[in-house]
Design a protein around this ligand. Structure first.
Ligand code: GLY
Length: 398
């Protein structure tokens, strides 16, 4: 079994004595998000925000991207936060649209069905008990498992399933496997769980490096399933750690722990988190690749910061060691930094929430798209993080 090194926390003082977020801070931040949602609700009822903004404004798109559900997820959060039926109604309209998408197989030949159907139909089912949403999400799980590769035991990321050059997984997929764990729970059919668990174990062995940094993507030999090599698609280089990839690990690993109770995911979650925290700049909001720090002149990725907070808040529920107070302080510092200096309070013309994210830099997939812009998953995870503070008993959609 893989032996991942724990860096520990290098600068402990950086994560000490951060005052708790007050209920007023949290409420003000959430109220601002609600105001922004209200301003866009009509536009984004039958359309959705694009993955990334252009000049901080999201264009409206159809239900064709891997990201559409982040907006629907924000509507479910808004419904929970306010109790106002208007958010539920729009979320329900969108869940019908997600049913149509899987029915007609519109842009579903990829690994991101977990993102898409967890935050739309699974969340909706959990909150409202709507059976059609449940059946829709199970159909999405059925589609997702068609990407499973027995040789290598992983869910293939992008590309045609018969393309040997696309024989690889990506760390992002840790957020897609909860759909499979959930599908096993509601159907009683273990096959989804087995595939999710196998994928999570394969990813742990390969996409996480021995020093607890992460590859973005990892290739396998299509003939034998043997591990081949790590690479990046959206990070700076094959041997750097793309900040959002690391953050997907910070959140995805505890999610696999919750469903499988396999301690190695929790153990890895702490190590991957420590590597992330050790590379935070002065203001606690990471640059888009962890190879960069203050003075680099590079862009931040506020979305990675928000994702990591949600992950740490989840991990904290299951640990009782010296890292717990570190994560508590880190979460406060990151959320405060985001809410004080990264929101669109300063740019009222924007229809987004969090500024200064990066979708994809000039290299890799989606080249030069959404650089130093809002992105819709950053908005979602920031809102989820705030909901976790607002309601300590908030129940996971994942
Ligand atoms: N999952 C794709 C991304 O993080 O950009």
């Amino acid at each position: 079994m893989k032996n991942i090194t724990d860096e520990g926390i290098k600068n402990k003082a950086k994560f000490e004595n951060i005052p708790p977020l007050t209920q007023e801070e949290v409420k003000n931040a959430l109220d601002f998000i609600i105001k922004k949602i209200d301003e866009s609700l009509d536009t984004f009822t039958h359309k959705y925000p694009a993955p990334a903004s252009i000049n901080n404004v999201y264009p409206a798109i159809d239900n064709i991207e891997w990201t559409n559900s982040f907006w629907t997820g924000m509507l479910w959060l808004a419904y929970e936060y306010t109790g106002d039926e208007k958010y539920r109604k729009v979320a329900e309209i969108q869940c019908e649209d997600f049913a149509n998408r899987i029915e007609k197989q519109i842009c579903v030949d990829h690994h991101d069905l977990g993102f898409l159907y967890t935050l739309s139909c699974v969340a909706g089912y959990k909150l409202t008990g709507n059976e059609k949403m449940k059946e829709t999400a199970i159909k999405a799980a059925d589609k997702l498992i068609t990407r499973y590769k027995e040789k290598g035991q992983f869910i293939q990321a992008w590309g045609a399933v018969d393309d040997p050059k696309a024989y690889r997984l990506i760390i992002d997929c840790y957020l897609n496997v909860p759909l499979l764990y959930w599908a096993s729970e509601v159907t009683g059919d273990k096959k989804y769980y087995e595939i999710g668990y196998n994928h999570a174990k394969t990813a742990l062995e390969n996409v996480i490096r021995d020093d607890s940094s992460t590859f973005h993507t990892f290739y396998f030999n299509p003939e034998t399933g043997a591990p081949d090599h790590g690479a990046t698609a959206q990070g700076y280089s094959d041997d750097s750690s793309w900040a959002r990839g690391q953050a997907w690990g910070v959140y995805g690993l505890p999610l696999s722990y919750i469903y499988t109770k396999d301690e190695k995911f929790l153990d890895a979650a702490e190590k991957v988190t420590n590597f992330f925290l050790n590379r935070l700049p002065e203001d606690y909001v990471c640059y888009w690749d962890l190879i960069f720090g203050d003075g680099s002149g590079q862009c931040r990725d506020s979305s990675a910061a928000a994702i990591a907070v949600c992950g740490m808040m989840e991990t904290m529920k299951y640990i009782n060691d010296d890292y717990k107070p570190v994560y508590e302080n880190a979460c406060r510092a990151i959320v405060r930094s985001l809410s004080e200096n990264y929101t669109t309070v300063t740019t009222p013309e924007s229809n987004g929430i969090l500024l200064h994210a990066v979708y994809a830099m000039a290299n890799g997939v989606n080249k030069g798209n959404g650089v130093d812009e809002c992105n819709i998953w950053g908005d979602y995870y920031y809102m989820e993080a705030l909901m976790r503070y607002y309601n300590k008993d908030w129940k996971l959609y994942w």
